[in-house]
Design a protein around this ligand. Structure first.
Ligand SMILES: Nc1ncnc2c1ncn2[C@@H]1O[C@H](COP(=O)(O)OP(=O)(O)OP(=O)(O)O)[C@@H](O)[C@H]1O
Ligand SMILES: O=P(O)(O)OC[C@H]1O[C@H](OP(=O)(O)OP(=O)(O)O)[C@H](O)[C@@H]1O
Ligand SMILES: [Mg+2]
Length: 292
């Protein structure tokens, strides 16, 4: 292993693979694929990517084989629930959003975790589920599966399941419905708890700062408008996550100003309608390419 280069573990193929590569490219890193297709080297920085199964990413990073990794928080939390440490979540990355839920055949009436007492629950997340049940003071039997847990109730293997849900389509097509949520997940950047050699620490810090910029600019918009100065307090309330907007006088229009703001949250049509209603005109919403 080249100790002069930073190593990042990402998913080889699957739900996080493409978005992980997109994030790295959006942060300005030019990628060259290796012949075997299981790694990339970055052309313009001392960084290599290793493409592996997502379940292996926490171990790679914890053992120091990779310095950073991109993995679902669910995978990280499952490892932590098993009592294994050595890893720290650096930042959420804004993709791969899903939740780990307990679900039952549609129509089951649920009045809280006590309803799970004595039941059989099928899951691929036995440690997270076990921690949840302990916290709730509920004893239940955990049936550990490798996948396709949605079929377990139909096969009478289990009464309930505990699995990832995003759109809910998989549950619905199996006649199941969510009862409770154990964990909100998305892809996260993880790093080893030990300190990196100083030149590699510099490369890692720069990559993390760029990732923060890419993630922050994903939802962020630059909003511009003209408005009567009297409407400024209302405009500040309406603009989502704008902080302090820039206000400039409008030449030749007494009592009017131009307002510019970076909004950190999504700007919807309803936001524009609300701005118009308080007197704003010429409202422009622009995408932000980079932010730091
Ligand atoms: N339905 C979903 N919607 C959004 N994100 C999801 C969904 N299902 C899973 N994820 C997230 O994507 C991660 C990878 O999911 P995927 O199904 O590709 O994993 P896998 O089958 O375990 O892949 P691997 O072959 O790498 O082991 C999950 O750990 C989770 O964080
Ligand atoms: O709520 P939904 O949008 O339907 O998504 C939920 C499904 O997505 C995941 O599986 P995936 O499709 O990744 O297949 P896998 O079980 O082979 O990993 C998860 O295990 C659920 O089965
Ligand atoms: Mg996996």
């Amino acid at each position: 292993m080249d100790t002069q280069r930073l190593h990042i573990a990402i998913q080889k193929s699957g739900r996080l693979a493409e978005r992980s590569l997109e994030l790295i490219r959006a942060a300005g890193y030019r990628l060259n694929k290796s012949a075997g297709e299981l790694s990339y080297s970055v052309e313009n920085a001392p960084i290599d990517l290793w493409c592996v199964r997502d379940d292996d990413i926490p171990t790679f990073v914890a053992d120091g084989v990779a310095d950073l990794g991109i993995v679902g928080r669910n995978v990280l939390a499952e490892r932590e629930s098993a009592g294994r440490d050595g890893l720290a979540e650096v930042m959420p990355l804004g993709f791969g959003r899903c939740k780990l839920c307990i679900a039952a055949p549609e129509g089951f009436s649920y009045d809280g975790p006590g309803a799970l007492r004595g039941a059989r629950i099928a899951t691929t997340y036995p440690n997270l589920l076990s921690r949840f049940l302990k916290e709730q003071g509920v004893e239940a039997e955990i049936v550990t599966m490798r996948g396709a847990v949605e079929v377990a109730p139909r096969l009478k293997l289990a009464d309930f399941i505990c699995d990832l849900v995003s759109t809910g389509a998989t549950l619905e097509s199996n006649g199941l419905a969510v009862l409770d949520t154990i964990l909100q997940s998305e892809a996260v950047l993880v790093r080893n708890a030990r300190t990196l050699a100083s030149d590699l620490a510099h490369v890692a810090d720069s990559m993390i700062a760029r990732f923060r910029g890419v993630v922050a600019s994903q939802d962020a918009k630059y909003v511009m408008m003209n408005a009567p100065s009297a409407a400024l307090p209302r405009i500040s309330e309406i603009l989502p996550g704008a902080g302090a907007p820039t206000v400039m006088p409008l030449a030749g229009r007494e009592g009017w100003v131009a307002v510019h703001a970076v909004c950190q949250e999504s700007v919807f049509w309803e936001t524009l309608e609300a701005l118009k209603a308080v007197g704003a005109t010429a409202i422009l919403v622009l995408s932000i390419e980079k932010m730091m």
